[in-house]
Design a binder for this molecule. Structure first.
Ligand code: LMR
Length: 395
């Protein structure tokens, strides 16, 4: 049976990480995978996470099965974190399950959509996270794209996006990125969110919002603006969230999938389907990451500490954006890179050709995705001169 298989290429993001790890050049720079790094290039464990882990180690007294929903405390805390004091909570219209990471949340969402309508069409931004398309197709969904990023003008193609979404059928799903759009760093502003919400109401499609970077853009509440506005206005929506980046819990694989229904009865029915989807994929989620997050969010002191540590990560990334633009100009690069400082979150497209990206990798051991998506967190004071010089050379 295995003889019928043909080898598949490595994942464009994870394959790059493997290559970077093998590179022996001491000057190598990893701008590939979306992982936060400190000034020393290290992805350290947050202090609040260390404290919460210790608490769990000292207090956990069983490893018994947790059930398909995962931890109720984690689910409640995540629902509050994402939606704030929202009426969908007081109206009992939201149900949340813990999932193995944000990708697990998306896959649960995709399988749930398949249960609602096999082969449903889902619209994703062009471009979108490299794994979105494969993941939705693996659930039998039909993936179509709407225009989003204008590579030429380094801006949103908002008019085209709006025109495409205005033609979406009522039983289709539209995927939005809540904040820190991956891979472009271009987010919708408040007015544009409003227009998307109007379209969702008018056309009746189901919004699925992917929120992988809450707190990495402008702040925890600011980054949830679109999610909360959408939840305020539509009867049904789905949200996939992740604790990988904002809690730095990458390998613990913890995220959440929330569904909102038009009333609590409909939502309970939908939730029973969601739980059966979970049971058939991985039965129940891992507990460790959820225990860390719920311990932090259940403690005022640890929550304050987390807010500080999150702000530090956000500010460092924003500082890196300006630093790179300044250093490129110091190198005498005449092309305007100021757009990088206006974009949000972990990524921006540098806007160079795939050949130039390859040259950066082959000649200078600088790793970014072929589309020229850079993970800004990989920039540091110690490598930015080398980076700017190398970019100047390939330009
Ligand atoms: C990324 O886009 O680099 C991250 O979301 C990590 C991943 O799984 O691809």
């Amino acid at each position: 049976m295995f003889g019928n298989l043909s080898a598949l290429p490595a994942d464009p993001i994870l394959g790059l990480l493997a290559k970077y790890r093998l590179d022996e050049n001491p000057n190598k720079i990893d701008l590939g995978v979306g992982v936060y790094k400190n000034e020393a290039g290290h992805t350290a464990i947050l202090d609040c996470v260390k404290t919460a882990e210790k608490f769990r180690f000292d207090n956990e007294d069983t490893k018994v099965y947790i059930g398909p929903t995962g931890s109720a405390l984690f689910n409640d805390k995540m629902t509050e974190l994402v939606f704030g004091e929202h009426r969908v909570i007081s109206e009992n219209r939201v149900r949340t399950v813990s999932t193995p990471g944000g990708t697990g949340a998306l896959r649960v969402a995709a399988e749930f959509i398949r249960s609602c309508k096999p082969g449903a069409t889902i619209w994703v931004s062009d471009p979108t996270w490299a794994n979105h398309t494969g993941l939705f197709q693996a659930s039998g969904l039909t993936v179509k794209t709407y225009p989003y990023y204008d590579f030429e003008n380094k801006n949103l193609k908002f008019a085209e996006m709006k025109a495409a979404i205005a033609n979406v059928a009522s039983d289709d799903v539209v995927l939005f990125h809540a904040c820190c759009h991956n891979p472009s760093g271009m987010d919708l502003n408040q007015q544009q969110w409003q227009e998307m919400v109007e379209l969702a109401k008018e056309k009746g499609f189901t919004p699925l919002i992917d929120m992988a970077y809450q707190g990495f853009g402008d702040g925890l509440n600011e980054d949830a603006y679109g999610v909360r506005l959408m939840a305020d206005s539509v009867d049904e929506m789905i949200l996939a969230s992740s604790c990988s980046k904002n809690f730095g819990l990458y390998r613990e694989r913890i995220g959440a999938c929330s569904i909102i229904g038009k009333d609590s009865t409909v939502t309970d029915i939908a939730n029973s389907v969601l739980l059966s989807v979970v049971r058939c994929i991985y039965s129940m989620p891992p507990a460790h990451g959820a225990a860390i997050v719920e311990t932090i969010l259940d403690s005022a002191e640890l929550t304050t500490q987390w807010h500080q540590e999150l702000a530090e990560m956000r500010n460092r990334i924003n500082g890196n954006r300006q630093l790179l633009v300044d250093k490129l100009s110091e190198q005498g690069v005449s092309r305007d890179f100021n757009f990088i400082t206006e974009q949000k979150g972990m990524f921006s497209f540098l806007g160079i050709t795939p050949e130039q990206v390859q040259l950066l990798q082959d000649e200078f051991s600088i790793y970014m995705v072929g589309s020229s998506r850079m993970s800004i967190a990989g920039i540091a004071n110690s490598n930015v001169d080398y980076l700017a010089k190398s970019i100047a050379k390939v330009l």
